[in-house]
Design a protein around this ligand. Structure first.
Ligand code: HEC
Length: 201
C-alpha cells in the first residue's frame, strides 16, 4: 500500500514539475499567448496533479516513523513555493515564478538526499549476523566451522574480544583485512556476533 502510494507520489511530482517547467519557460521567454493557451489546456490536469501530489504527500507523511529536519524543510519549501507560483504567474512576475520553480527543485534534491542518508544508515545498522553471513561465511561457513582455505574454526577460537577485532581489522595469512570495508562499529558488531552465537557452540 505505502509503496504504491510512493510511486503515485513520484509520478504526481514529476507531472507537476513538468507542467511548471513548461509554464516557467513560456513565461521567461515572453510567450504570453502560448502560456495562456497552455494554462487553459492543462488547467484540469494541473488541478488533479496538484491535489494528488499533496494528498499522497500528506498520506506518506502520516506513515513516517518519525519526522526529521529534512522533511520539515522539504514541506516548508513546497508550501512556500505554492503562493509564490500563484502570484508569480498571475502577475507575470518572472522572478517570483522562477524562485518558486527553484524552491521546488531544491526540495526534491533534499528529498533525494534524505533518502540516501536513510540507506546509508541502514548499512551501518546491519547486524553482526548479517555482516558475518555476507562477508565471512564464504570461508568460515554460517556456523563458523567450515574452514575453507585454512579458515580457523570460530566455534573453538581461543581469542578474546580484542584478539578477534585485531584479526578482522588487520587480516592474517589467507584472510584479508577488513579495515577498509567495514567500519569500527561494524567490526565491533560482527565480533559480538562471533562471541555470542558461534564461539563455544
Ligand atoms: C578468504 C577466506 C576468509 C574470509 C572471507 C574470512 N576469513 Fe576469517 N580466517 C580465514 C583464515 C584463512 C584464517 C586463519 C588465519 C591464520 O591464523 O592463519 C581466519 C581466521 C579468522 C579468525 C581467527 C580465529 C582464531 O581462532 O585464530 C577470526 C576471528 C576470523 N577469521 C573472523 C572472520 C570474520 C569476522 C570474517 C568476515 C568479516 C572473516 N573472518 C572472513 C579466512 C577467511
Amino acid at each position: 500500500m505505502a509503496t504504491g502510494m510512493l510511486h503515485t507520489h513520484y509520478l504526481m511530482v514529476v507531472l507537476f514539475t513538468l507542467i511548471y517547467l513548461v509554464k516557467t519557460i513560456l513565461l521567461l521567454s515572453d510567450r504570453n499567448e502560448l502560456l495562456e493557451k497552455f494554462k487553459k489546456k492543462t488547467k484540469v490536469a494541473e488541478m488533479i496533479v496538484s491535489f494528488g501530489f499533496l494528498a499522497t504527500g500528506i498520506f506518506l507523511m502520516t506513515q513516517l516513523p518519525s519526522i526529521n529536519m529534512f522533511h520539515i524543510i522539504k514541506i516548508s519549501l513546497v508550501l512556500f513555493s505554492i503562493p509564490l507560483a500563484v502570484i508569480g504567474f498571475k502577475n507575470k512576475n518572472k522572478i517570483l515564478a522562477s524562485l518558486s520553480f527553484f524552491l521546488i527543485i531544491v526540495s526534491f534534491s533534499l528529498a533525494y538526499k534524505a533518502k540516501e542518508m536513510k540507506t546509508g544508515s541502514k548499512t551501518l545498522a546491519l547486524t553482526g549476523k548479517e555482516i558475518f553471513e555476507e562477508k565471512c561465511s564464504l570461508c568460515h561457513g554460517n556456523d563458523g566451522k567450515l574452514g575453507l582455505s585454512g579458515a580457523k574454526n570460530l566455534a573453538i577460537t581461543t581469542l578474546n574480544h580484542q584478539g578477534i577485532i585485531e584479526i578482522i581489522t588487520n587480516g592474517k595469512n589467507a584472510m584479508a583485512s577488513y579495515k577498509n570495508t567495514l567500519s569500527a562499529e561494524q567490526i565491533e558488531s560482527v565480533t559480538s556476533y562471533i562471541e555470542t552465537d558461534l564461539k563455544g557452540k
